[in-house]
Write a protein that binds this ligand. Structure first.
Ligand SMILES: [Zn+2]
Length: 451
């Protein structure tokens, strides 16, 4: 008998934790954190205690009490007894935190399968973020098309296009037939061919079940979305049409978006300025031979912005070791202030204070190339607007989502033609049920039998 249990990603976007049980084998597909994780119990500095995190999370049912899953030292005081692993593997789809964050609590003896690219991102996060520690793991990396053997089960990762490199869906062969899992994916990005390949492979496997993401399954889409090519076109028009500095905000791991703005900088004769963190990520990505990216170590049109820290004199010792790698590419607030029209500069929301030193000329531009906030009452949105107004910037919103639009999603589900559909990573599973008779109501922690 094959059984699916959904411990996360049910009626919500993100937090996927899907247990697949077949005969003697048990695997998890993703082990991520919800976007709303802990809301209602934890806020600001009221957080789970580091000495007893699992105990505090179990108290409010924020993680499932599954035997043979968690690390021995994390279970102390929880009342859940430690046993040797009863879970055979965790298969990660990609490095977004809503798919991988909670592996931090998992028994290091349990193998964690992940793409080469995903492993690099996890290492970068641990290196460049405070408080990020995924713990020790038996990591096993793969490339698309490799086969993973877990006892009598076999799984095949197939690459997909998403807003982060190294994203995969899975085809899991069980005694009851193939289960296809989409992870997160889109069909309007530069590598839509990878998503198409996933759909073809999934369809030809004639799956008994499709576990499908539905981020943008909405009655009416609330936010404006473009394709990556449209972002490139609109961005180029703005940058090419001004003699002021242009600032860009993007997700640091959205490498496609980096490439888009890098190309815009090239075609408009500007240099692109990265944060040390984004330069570090890019440098590490180059090590992944499958990505064709400009190398920040050798590309003369890439500069790295160093903020004043500690001594205020840009002394080496002011910066973390990982930050120092690009100091020979350094531009400072003084450089940027003097040569504003020469730069297309990435800026992080939390470093808007640099504008005080850069003193952008009025009429300069700020492009937010990230998703818009869900709510009109978003506090940081108000703050951003105040900064934009204060410095007289022209604000633009343009983003290509990492997820399939509703029409694309419907085509994907129809093309794969699975016997049963399990909607996850969506706030609107009922829309799946309305559209397809074969869509199942997925309950939080309720198990579904496949055969
Ligand atoms: Zn994602």
């Amino acid at each position: 008998m094959v059984k699916l249990t959904f411990y996360g990603g049910v009626g919500e976007i993100g937090g996927n934790k899907i247990l697949v049980e077949d005969r003697e084998e048990k695997i998890f597909l993703d082990f991520g954190q919800s976007f709303t994780f802990g809301a209602g119990y934890f806020v600001d500095y009221l957080q789970p205690r580091s000495v007893s995190v699992l105990k505090d999370l179990f108290e409010f049912d924020l993680l499932p009490r599954v035997r043979g899953l968690y690390a021995e030292e994390k279970l102390e005081g929880t009342g859940l007894e430690y046993t040797e692993p009863e879970i055979d593997a965790v298969l990660l789809s990609h490095a977004h935190f809503d798919h991988c964050q909670h592996i931090a609590y998992i028994d290091p003896q349990i193998p964690v399968f992940l793409g080469e690219g995903t492993k690099i991102f996890l290492e970068c996060m641990e290196m460049t973020s405070h408080n990020c520690d995924y713990g020790e793991h038996d990591y096993r990396t793969f490339r698309s098309g490799n086969r993973i053997r877990i006892g009598d089960m076999e799984a095949e990762p197939v690459h997909v296009d998403h807003s982060i490199p190294g994203a995969y869906g899975y085809l899991v062969e069980t005694s009851g037939g193939v289960i296809a899992y989409t992870g997160d994916l889109r069909a309007h990005g530069p590598r839509k061919d990878m998503t198409e390949e996933f759909v073809e492979r999934a369809a030809s496997a004639e799956p008994v079940a499709l576990i499908c993401e539905g981020t943008r399954m909405e009655e009416v889409e609330r936010r404006q979305n473009y394709s990556e090519a449209q972002v490139r076109e609109m961005g180029e028009e703005i940058v090419g049409g001004t003699d002021r500095i242009v600032f860009v905000m993007r997700y640091s791991r959205d490498v496609d978006r980096f490439r888009t703005f890098y190309e815009i900088a090239q075609s408009t004769g500007r240099e692109i300025v990265l944060t040390p963190r984004n330069a570090y990520l890019l440098g590490r990505r180059i090590e992944d031979e499958h990505l064709d990216l400009p190398d920040p170590r050798t590309d003369d049109s890439i500069r790295v912005y160093y903020r004043k820290k500690k001594t205020g004199t840009y002394d080496d010792s002011d910066y973390y070791t990982w930050e120092r790698e690009y100091m020979d590419r350094m531009v400072t607030c003084e450089d940027v202030r003097r040569r504003q029209k020469d730069y297309l500069m990435e800026i992080d929301f939390y470093q808007l204070t640099e504008l005080i030193d850069i003193k952008p000329e009025r009429g300069a531009h700020l492009i937010r190339s990230m998703s818009e906030p869900f709510s009109d009452e978003d506090v940081s949105e108000e703050v951003l607007k105040n900064w934009v107004d204060h410095f007289g910037l022209e604000f633009h919103q343009m983003h290509a989502s990492g997820h399939l639009g509703r029409g694309e999603l419907e085509r994907l589900v129809d093309a794969i033609g699975a016997k049963k559909i399990f909607p996850v990573h969506t706030e609107n599973p009922q829309l799946f049920m309305k559209r397809w008779k074969s869509a199942e109501r997925v309950g939080s922690k309720a198990s579904c039998k496949l055969s």
